[in-house]
Design a protein around this ligand. Structure first.
Ligand SMILES: Cc1ncc(COP(=O)(O)O)c(C=O)c1O
Length: 400
């Protein structure tokens, strides 16, 4: 039988993530990959986590291996709540509820599932995170794009979109050290976005897995911290500050919406892995996660600055790049008309990989001259070698 004819409308048009397709190419021995979106594995606190995991199993195995509560392991959940309060993101006793989820990705999905009917409008940044885009596609949302400028979403363009499309219900933004661009939205634009949310009655998904990874500049207040009316769904993650393999994230939003999300989570996976939650909590209790994060910031800052220096040295002048103040990505742009997918194929032949801009766009079939570079996983030597190879290729491409 042709099983494809049975696929639901929700999933039949979803494309396999081009990033996953790219990952298949990365098995090539010796390839230098700037394509991933992962933290530096050299910095995982393996020994401390091994001790935490072993203590959990030996001392609290009967809890760790048992079913748990959907909302999350209470000590970890309380720790997250207190941290969000201490960071000024939520307030003690306000209208928000906070739960542990199986990675930030699940938070996006639960919020989308709880809010979106087919045909509802979702505005995504151009460029945006493929995991968010595919999530909204899977709920048959109408996706509109809004340009990201050097200070975040173009608010005039967004307002025009809202006027033209009354079906817009959600704006999805990665406001700090955006994936893929590395750009951070200015405070002024954050305030404007909250104003527009009131005026046009939409919900903001503030996806912030990179916010703690600042290595330059000053923190910018989250929109959640200025949310007086329950319009912001805040999405956080342990993936980039501890380990993505643990699959731990957290979500904070208005408690009435959270009630729906908890029911959806019960349907999806009953609860987040209890052993992983307890191991993370044991680690946090006995180690300084802030010291660990400070180390990540330092290393990523050094790697980012080094990659920028190498790009300035080896790339042709017409290929530009963003200069992030945190996170793990920067975004490059060739002169218009050059197709980064084609350049990517040639780059892989020469032993270097990156993510072509098309995978970060709503219309992923069009030609884009942009590409995403990750600086967290490669070593300094690989960064210099890879950027030089890429620079030579780009010079041939743009004719400089
Ligand atoms: C912007 C953004 N949101 C969410 C996620 C999902 O992260 P996780 O599910 O590992 O917490 C990622 C992962 O790369 C991301 O870049």
């Amino acid at each position: 039988m042709n099983i494809q004819t049975k696929f639901s409308d929700k999933v039949k048009d979803l494309e396999a993530s081009a990033i996953r397709e790219i990952f298949k190419l990365l098995d090539k021995p010796g390839i230098i990959s700037f394509a991933g979106g992962a933290p530096d594995p050299e910095l995982f606190p393996c020994e401390q986590l091994a001790k935490a995991a072993s203590d959990v199993l030996l001392k609290q195995g009967k809890v760790a291996l048992q079913y748990g509560v959907t909302e999350g392991y209470t000590p970890l959940r309380n720790w997250v709540k207190e941290r969000l309060i201490s960071q000024g993101i939520i307030k003690d006793g306000d209208f928000n509820e906070t739960i542990i989820v199986s990675g930030g990705q699940q938070g996006i999905d639960l919020a989308a599932k709880s809010l979106l009917n087919p045909g509802d409008g979702v505005v995504c940044e151009l460029p945006s995170f493929i995991g968010g885009l595919n999530c909204f596609r899977s709920y048959n949302a109408e996706i509109y794009g809004v340009t990201v400028k050097s200070d975040g979403i173009d608010m005039n363009e967004l307002e025009e979109l809202c006027k033209a499309h009354p079906n817009i219900k959600v704006i999805y933004t990665i406001s700090t050290f955006q994936n893929p661009s590395g750009i951070t939205m200015s405070l002024e634009n954050r305030k404007k976005l909250l104003e527009l949310a009131e005026k046009y009655d939409f919900i903001i998904f503030e996806d912030n897995p990179y916010g703690e990874l600042r290595f330059d500049g000053e923190d910018v207040r989250t929109m959640k911290s200025m949310d007086t009316n329950g319009r912001v769904v805040y999405l956080g993650s342990f993936s980039k500050i501890l380990s993505p393999g643990l699959r731990l994230g957290f979500t904070s939003c208005h408690k009435d919406l959270m009630e729906r999300m908890i029911i959806c989570k019960q349907v999806q996976d009953v609860h987040t892995n209890v052993f992983a939650q307890m191991t993370a909590y044991e680690y946090i209790k006995n180690n300084s996660i802030d010291e660990h994060i400070a180390r990540l910031r330092m290393v990523y800052g050094e790697k980012c600055r080094f990659m920028c220096e190498c790009m300035d040295k080896y790339f042709p002048a017409s290929v530009t790049h963003t200069t992030p103040q945190g996170g793990i990505f920067l975004f490059c742009e060739m002169p218009e008309g050059h197709d980064s997918k084609e350049v990517m194929a040639k780059a892989v032949e020469r032993g270097v990989a990156f993510v072509p801009g098309s995978t970060t766009m709503i219309d992923d079939k069009a030609v884009y001259s942009t590409f995403r570079m990750n600086y967290s996983t490669a070593s300094f030597e690989q960064i210099e070698k890879g950027i030089k190879i890429l620079g030579d290729l780009l010079k041939e491409e743009v004719g400089e």
